[in-house]
Design a protein around this ligand. Structure first.
Ligand SMILES: NC(=O)c1ccc[n+]([C@@H]2O[C@H](COP(=O)([O-])OP(=O)(O)OC[C@H]3O[C@@H](n4cnc5c(N)ncnc54)[C@H](O)[C@@H]3O)[C@@H](O)[C@H]2O)c1
Length: 245
């Protein structure tokens, strides 16, 4: 999804710094951007969102390369193992929260420090999930982290809106991406979620409907741009109606 969003931003004429800890993925993206003839607008930086220095460095690279930073699209996320609450280990819980919730805070904090110090009017777009509202599309740790990220989004929107910094979240339903690779598997939990009929993250992708990353990117373009200047503190579900059950 991050790749689709980056390319959509580039096509709008934005300069983009892509930050990810997967260097191979970043190289693939740079190649694709190059083929589109947009490489002068693009920079990649290795960043683990759980690491404070990496988050600060990603912002610095953006400012050093393009002169400023006025949008953060915070997209990183991993799936959980769909462990039932009675089975989940502290390690499973902590892993999810550290990336999907604390990571969002660390990246937002790094960007906000720059925005506030430099009086930048900015937009933060967090990719959370419809699992924040509809628990059957994520396991307990995933759902809790995504609900927490939506709460973080609201706090930022409230605290920083008066400074011209908006914050909104996109809450996708099932989208065909590589996120299933981050499942370390718990058969019992997966089976229970399969029984609900719309487990977003099962390896078989049995749920319907399933979106594509390009279905999500235009909303991110809108929320990042001035066209959405009156939109602040919104959690926008984009899931093809999956939440309807
Ligand atoms: N795919 C879905 O069905 C779905 C549904 C709702 C929400 N989401 C959310 O959408 C966002 C994007 O996920 P996706 O589906 O494109 O998954 P993906 O696995 O294809 O992409 C996630 C990216 O995050 C990177 N990443 C993971 N941990 C990282 C870390 N600690 N530091 C830096 N980078 C890290 C990965 O390398 C990968 O490039 C996530 O927040 C996810 O929770 C996905």
């Amino acid at each position: 999804m991050g790749k689709a969003i980056a390319i959509a931003y580039l096509k709008e004429g934005a300069n983009v710094v892509a930050a990810d800890f997967n260097e191979v993925g970043l190289e693939d993206l740079a190649k694709e951007v190059s083929e589109l003839g947009l490489i002068s607008q693009f920079k990649a930086v290795k960043c683990n969102i759980t690491n404070d220095d990496d988050c600060a460095n990603a912002v610095k690279v953006c400012v050093d390369t393009f002169g400023t930073c006025n949008v953060l699209t915070s997209n990183v996320g991993i799936a959980d193992d769909f462990s039932l609450v009675e089975d989940i280990t502290n390690e499973q819980w902590d892993r999810l929260i550290s990336v999907n919730l604390t990571g969002q805070m660390k990246m937002s904090r790094a960007a906000l420090r720059y925005f506030v110090a430099n009086e930048i009017k900015a937009s933060i777009v967090m990719i959370t999930s419809n699992a924040a509202f509809e628990s059957a599309t994520g396991g307990p740790a995933y759902s809790a982290a995504k609900a927490g990220a939506n709460g973080l989004m609201k706090a930022i929107a409230y605290e920083y809106g008066r400074k011209g910094i908006r914050c909104n979240s996109i809450c996708p339903g099932p989208v065909m991406t590589n996120i299933a690779n981050s499942i370390t598997r718990n058969e019992a939990g997966v089976a229970v979620h399969l029984a609900t009929g719309y487990n977003a993250h099962c390896r078989e992708w049995t749920c319907k409907p399933i979106g594509m990353a390009d279905d999500i990117a235009p909303l991110s373009v809108y929320l990042a741009s001035d066209e959405s200047s009156f939109v602040n503190s919104a959690s926008i579900i984009i899931d093809g109606g999956v939440c309807l059950g």
